[in-house]
Design a binder for this molecule. Sequence first.
Ligand code: UT7
Length: 332
Amino acid sequence: MAYAAFRSIGAYVPSKILSNEDLSKMVDTSDEWITKRTGIKERHIAASDEFTSDMGAKAATLAIERSGLDKSEIDMVVCATISPDYFCMPSTATIISTKLGLGNVTAFDISAACTGFVYVLSIAKAFIEAGMKKNVLIIGAEKLSAITDYSDRGTCILFGDGAGAAVISATENKEEAIIDIHTGADGKFADLLMTPDGGSGSAHDTLEQEASSCFMQMKGNETFKVAVKTLTKDVIDILRENNIQSADIKHFVPHQANLRIIKAVGDALKLKDEQVVLTVAKYGNTSGASIPMAINDIYESGKLQAGELMLLDAFGGGLTWGSALVPFSPLK
Ligand code: UT7
């Protein structure tokens, strides 16, 4: 039987920084409020001519280089994004595949908001274990600045742009395989976090009428409460089901939405500070890109070594959630 191994990581962060100070000149907010309630200090914003696919392709180039594979060996590309280059088609994954010169691959996007990277990881694992694919490039890429209302202080302080990517490969060695992945969703919470305009479900008769906005709207406090409850249960369950103790987790890599959510889940697992990966202060919430960007951070700072166990967890619009137990298993 084939197992799926997490071989490599890469990320891209656009250069322009939007600080809390900058935002306090745009809406009625302050560095003190944002820092205290979210832990965010700054976020990065893509250039106007820099698209989600550009960022995804840059992250993916690094991930492929670091995988030790030739790009011709990649046989599937899956991109998690809620800010695709084009809302209906083509998929951002197909555009990235072409930018990378991958030739004929299976390529598609998935929409699971901030849980997107855990979802694409589960898809890669399933295709590999079914024997249908051997080397899957998974990407989380977001230009959230394109769907953020910069007059809404409840959301615009949270989100940033960026991309991360990983190569997941078939292996016969169970020791290096992804251990388990949980994914879940509950549409009864759909209205907590959504982009109400721009789709066939919008109340507008024509696309012209809705041209003004395809912005994210969020009931932040309610989302916060469901996030803490759901994530805490999910991570406790995945550890218990796999007979793994919190102390065995080398790197807890949560979706970087809010420092208070991360701390609540970390405390429930009794994790030590050094086990918890934090990038929320410098990148803000980059939705589907946040987990691979955080993994890349520990990789590039030399903290992520072969064989170390990561626990990923995420929560987002849908509502969706997920967690994963993933050993880092580079080929080189
Ligand atoms: O990534 C996908 C999932 N997303 C999340 O998990 C996000 C979850 N939610 C959150 O992170 C938090 O709910 C927020 C950071 C969005 C908001 O923090 P909060 O502690 O839940 O604040 P709140 O919405 O309860 O608002 C408290 C007060 C309100 O004023 P009053 O009614 O008490 O006078 C808000 O109007 O803070 C006010 N407020 C702000 N004040 C200054 C809301 N946004 C701001 C702001 N600056 N940016």
